[in-house]
Design a protein around this ligand. Structure first.
Ligand code: G6P
Length: 486
């Protein structure tokens, strides 16, 4: 199988540059080893209609990285518009933040169609396509319309919400019909898959048997593949990172004080405001923790052109100033707040330095920071993970202290519990979580999905031989096709 992995954001090899978001960081080592071609956005745009989209290709391990300049006229509507102002809030059940225009949707479909055309050059013998994340929900259908009969799979890194929430995106029906162009759709959790299949049954009125659904494209299977990390490698990286200058400086600055750490993209799904309120409450309710415990909050700016993100940046900065102003002392800053990204190697060392890892999103597909924090700990004196029960990771890491991120008092109590936890309990919880991480590695995740894609594709073509010969049974893009602009 010649695997082609597709995502909006890609990562370059041999770099310890900060990487924005879990997807690119997680995929880099596995794609590198697999020999796959990884296709994504170059981060640049190009004017005019491109018949043969230009791809800048460079080596990536045993495979290659192909980066495309996306069409300038549609990039804003696609990325800041439909993907991140309509789909992202809907997928994270923030219906109140959905902002959508018909123009943004058309741009989103244009970029999906553009990517499909660009992928044709890789549609050779034994090719299989694996599309990542919500930027390309319609890419499977676009490939089918271009006559691609190869296996095409999709994995969603975010949650999938209840049917009534996704209905907040006006084009929900057309989009989800287009998703049925995929042979296999992977979700992080069973709840996500069930929400998706619930929509398919109720709204599309299609029968679901054994998590598979038959549509005009043939059979599509929906299954659960919780993404993992390379826990051994991360542990080693963390042990080594203790000599990194940033980590040494942090350690020296602590002066015996204990540390809690939060590392997030600056995103409203991450629950930053509630987390800071919980620390505020903790210091108020436990005077002995003032001066002896501080929070290092790293919040990497992201999607800064979108109003909801600007608003969040202001809200978080104002709140931290307020909390530091009230609890701080001339020689003590309760919250150290950094608005920048760090490379994986440094992060590993920062996690290992902190006695508490705070991962409290309001809603999150998986959250690999939770897994990395656990893997980074010194097994003989591990820190404690305080984890939101609404992160996908909570299904696996139930030996963490699970919290409700809306319950500020509950979170404040959990933080105090974490700081007081005896060594024997910390070790037991850590070992339980490490076992899970070791047995569900990112390598296993990758291999499981690719194998399931191969199986789903064979079942699909057996169940519906026409799907293999003539994939375009009926175009689903009625609205889109009519209004398509070149
Ligand atoms: C999340 C998404 C990824 C995305 C990342 C960073 O993890 O699931 O698809 O790449 O955020 O977001 P950005 O918009 O900066 O690529």
């Amino acid at each position: 199988m010649n695997l082609v992995v597709v995502s909006n954001r890609v990562a370059r090899a041999n770099t310890n540059e900060p990487m924005t978001g879990g997807l690119a960081a997680a995929l880099l080592p596995v794609v590198e080893n697999s020999g796959a071609i990884w296709v994504g956005s170059s981060g640049r745009v190009r004017d005019g209609f491109q018949k043969e989209p230009l791809a800048e290709i460079e080596a990536l391990g045993a495979g290659a990285l192909a980066m495309l300049d996306l069409p300038a006229a549609h990039y804003g509507g696609y990325y800041e518009g439909f993907a991140n102002s309509a789909l992202w809030p809907a997928l994270h059940s923030r219906s109140d933040l959905i902002r959508v225009t018909e123009g943004d949707y058309l741009s989103y479909r244009e970029v999906n169609a553009f990517m499909a055309r660009a992928l044709l050059r890789f549609n050779k013998r034994e090719a299989a396509f694996w599309v990542q994340d919500y930027h390309f929900l319609a890419l499977g259908a676009e490939l089918r319309e271009l006559g691609v009969t190869a296996p095409v799979g999709f994995f969603l890194h975010t949650p999938w919400p209840a049917p009534c929430v996704i209905e907040g995106v006006p084009q929900h029906r057309e989009l989800i019909e287009a998703m049925l162009g995929y042979d296999l759709i992977g979700f992080q959790t069973e709840a996500d898959r069930d929400n998706f299949l619930g929509y398919v049954k109720t709204n599309l009125e299609l029968a679901v048997h054994d998590d598979s659904v038959m549509s005009q494209y043939g059979r599509t299977r929906a299954a659960v593949f919780p993404i993992g990390i390379d826990a051994e490698k991360f542990s080693q990286q963390a042990a080594k990172a203790t000599t990194h200058p940033d980590v040494l400086r942090l350690r020296r600055s602590l002066n015996g004080e204990r540390l809690a750490i939060g590392v997030d993209r600056l995103d409203y799904s991450k629950g930053l405001v509630n987390r800071i309120r919980a620390f505020d409450r903790m210091w108020t309710a436990n005077s002995h923790l003032a001066r002896t415990v501080s929070l290092l909050q790293i919040a990497t700016p992201s999607r800064g052109g979108i109003e909801a993100y600007c608003q969040l940046q202001n809200d978080v900065a104002r709140l931290i100033t307020d909390v530091n102003g009230r609890h701080g002392e001339v020689d003590w800053t309760p919250i150290r707040y950094l608005n920048k990204g760090f490379g994986q190697a440094v992060l590993a060392g920062l996690y290992r330095t902190a006695q508490v890892g705070v991962v409290t999103p309001l809603h999150d597909g998986m959250n690999l920071v939770a897994k990395e924090y656990v893997a980074a700990q010194n097994p003989s004196d591990p820190g404690v993970l305080v984890l939101s029960k609404f992160a996908g990771a909570a299904n696996e890491l139930d030996a963490a202290l699970l919290v409700n991120p809306h319950d500020i008092d509950g979170m404040a109590r959990a933080l105090a519990t974490a700081l007081a936890m005896p060594l024997s309990e910390r070790r037991m919880r850590h070992e339980t979580m490490m076992e899970r991480l070791r047995s569900h590695s990112i390598q296993q995740w990758f291999a499981d999905f690719v194998e399931a894609l191969r199986d789903s594709h064979s079942e699909r073509t057996e169940a519906s031989p026409r799907a293999a010969e003539s994939p375009t049974l009926r175009p689903v893009r009625s609205l889109h096709s009519a209004a398509r602009f070149h």
